[in-house]
Design a protein around this ligand. Structure first.
Ligand code: NDP
Ligand code: 5RP
Length: 485
């Protein structure tokens, strides 16, 4: 077989097939391979006219079809299958070739795989790809890690197929060595979970407190989508809320089982945050809210527990002008809570970058999330601006523009969280975001009491604000204080 292909894709299910088509449409010659050959044939039969494909029937043929240095993208099921496929191709490629894993791998697996392949002289690039099936075809946000040398050959190809931000910049950049790309994708998904949870809470409040119908709530979301909340997730929420179930004629949202599932990337984000010691309660609340929704036994056991009197029976419908005022208040609350969640996501990016010495450019991450990915949103350009102007910004909340907006949202944010509590509408994301915000601004936290308790029962010692060193109080004795360091 003649080596004519600039890039190869192995694993031609929904993501791989569309990525391969995207490469071909951008003018690349694309080698194709899939374990089950029928998928390769189907792709060429259906889409062969879109560009130049080189279908292959075996891993050996696939590798032989690639121009050196070979770049091959693995798009197979995450976990064991990815390991098996990487090992298979590692045996066939040569020193200097690039193997790319575009699946949703855990960044620690990517670090392990990169180290093993580096020993053999092969570049391994773990890359996050976001945008789902449609994004893979029309332009995803691509988050590659790996060596700078690998990016030199792979980067130009990725830049051809990535989404374009409104300023025309491709939504991909080299993020750092080994697992940096998959770490960034993991945090992207964590933020995605938090954002989706907040949007779900806004919907629930408009329904449970204002008494609006799904189609009316869709109109509210459409309006929001023309302002600072302009984002893909708000846009699709409006679409979902206008959809009517063909079987029953009821709003679609009312026939879908209210048990949210998860493949695991949100959970990984929270587990990693715990290891890194970064507080990301917005993401954790979202993961736990999904988990709680699926606990049928707990929910059944609790369904007859008392709630606030205002919540008894069907929600009373607000008058039009009152509903409008309430919706405006929810918008402020949603926006403020969203800013807090994104701030936590960026804290996590910074902590990961420091812990693994990746040197992730925090402004660039916002730049490549402006288009193509699930959390694409107008306000990411402002996050890009904030971290580009001040790379050492300690938290997004300290950016003067965001801080001003959070100041302006105070009454509405607190009023909405209070309304949720009064009506018994669960809003862990919004109330958690407010608690996080208040926790950061507090001049003094009750952590002082926690420390005192720890010293009381376990002699764990404490520090004082007025003296250097560590101390222990003789709680069981005369309560004198000893210096312990
Ligand atoms: N779906 C999505 O929206 C997104 C998916 N991803 C990630 O992209 C990757 C691909 O996802 P998706 O397209 O949904 O496909 P799947 O995750 O469903 O994986 C199916 C593909 O994996 C191949 N495969 C499975 N096991 C093996 C094996 N042991 N050896 C060789 N090939 C194997 C299948 O081959 P065969 O046809 O022979 O069964 C098929 O090509 C995954 O890692 C996923 O996490 C990332 C972003 C979004
Ligand atoms: O990677 C993605 C987008 O960027 C997937 O859409 C995401 O993994 C979906 O996750 P979950 O099934 O856990 O909701």
């Amino acid at each position: 077989m003649t080596a004519t292909a600039q890039i190869g894709v192995t694993g031609l299910a929904v993501m791989g097939r569309n990525l391969a088509r995207n490469f071909a449409r951008s003018g690349c010659t694309v080698a194709l391979h899939n374990r089950t050959e029928a998928r390769t044939r189907d792709l060429v039969d259906a889409f062969g006219h879109e560009g130049t494909f080189v279908p292959t029937r075996s891993p050996e043929e696939f590798v032989a079809a690639l121009q050196p240095p070979r770049c091959l993208v693995v798009m197979v099921k995450a976990g064991g299958p990815t390991d098996a496929v990487i090992e298979q191709f590692a045996q066939l490629v040569e020193v200097g070739d690039v193997i790319v894993d575009g699946g949703n791998a855990h960044f620690e697996d990517t670090r392990r795989r990169e180290a093993a392949l580096r020993e053999r002289g092969v570049h391994f690039v773990g890359t996050g790809i976001s945008g789902g099936e449609e994004g893979a075809l029309l332009g995803p946000s691509i988050m590659p890690g790996g060596s700078a040398e690998a990016y030199r050959s792979l980067g130009p190809l990725l830049e051809r197929i990535a989404a374009r931000a409104p300023d025309g910049a491709p939504c991909t950049t080299h993020l750092g060595t080994d697992g940096a790309g998959h770490f960034v994708k993991m945090v992207h998904n964590g933020i995605e979970y938090a954002d989706m949870q907040l949007i779900a809470e806004a919907y629930d409040l408009l329904r449970g407190v204002a008494g609006l119908e799904p189609a009316e709530i869709a109109e509210v979301f459409r309006r929001w989508n023309t302002g600072r909340l302009d984002s893909y997730l708000i846009e699709i929420t409006a679409e979902v809320l206008t959809h009517t179930d063909a079987r029953t004629g009821r709003p679609f949202v009312d026939v879908v089982a209210d048990r949210a599932e998860q493949k695991g990337t949100g959970r990984w984000t929270v587990q990693t945050a715990l290891d890194l010691g970064v507080p990301v309660p917005g993401i954790a609340q979202a993961v736990f809210a999904r988990s709680q929704s699926g606990h049928a036994r707990l929910r059944r056991a609790a369904e007859s527990l008392p709630g606030p009197e205002t919540a008894e029976g069907a929600p009373s419908r607000m008058a039009a002008d009152e509903a409008e005022r309430f919706a405006a208040q929810v918008e402020q609350c949603l926006y403020a809570s969203k800013v807090v969640s994104y701030a936590q996501g960026w804290d996590m990016l910074r902590a990961g970058s420091e812990a693994y010495d990746w040197g992730i450019d925090l402004g660039s991450v916002a730049a490549i999330w402006r288009a193509g990915c699930i959390i694409r949103a107008a306000f990411l350009d402002r996050i890009r601006g904030a971290f580009t102007e001040r790379p050492a910004l300690p938290t997004l909340l300290a950016d003067p523009q965001f801080a001003q907006e959070l100041g302006e949202a105070q009454d509405a944010w607190r009023g909405t969280v209070a309304a949720a509590a009064r009506h018994g509408v669960p809003a862990p994301g919004m109330s958690g975001a407010l608690a996080y915000y208040d926790g950061l601004r507090a001049a003094r936290l009750p952590a002082a009491l926690t420390q005192a308790q720890r010293d009381y029962f376990g002699a764990h010692t404490y520090r004082r604000d007025d003296l250097e060193g560590t101390f222990h109080t003789q709680w069981g004795g005369d309560r004198t204080e000893d210096r312990t360091d």
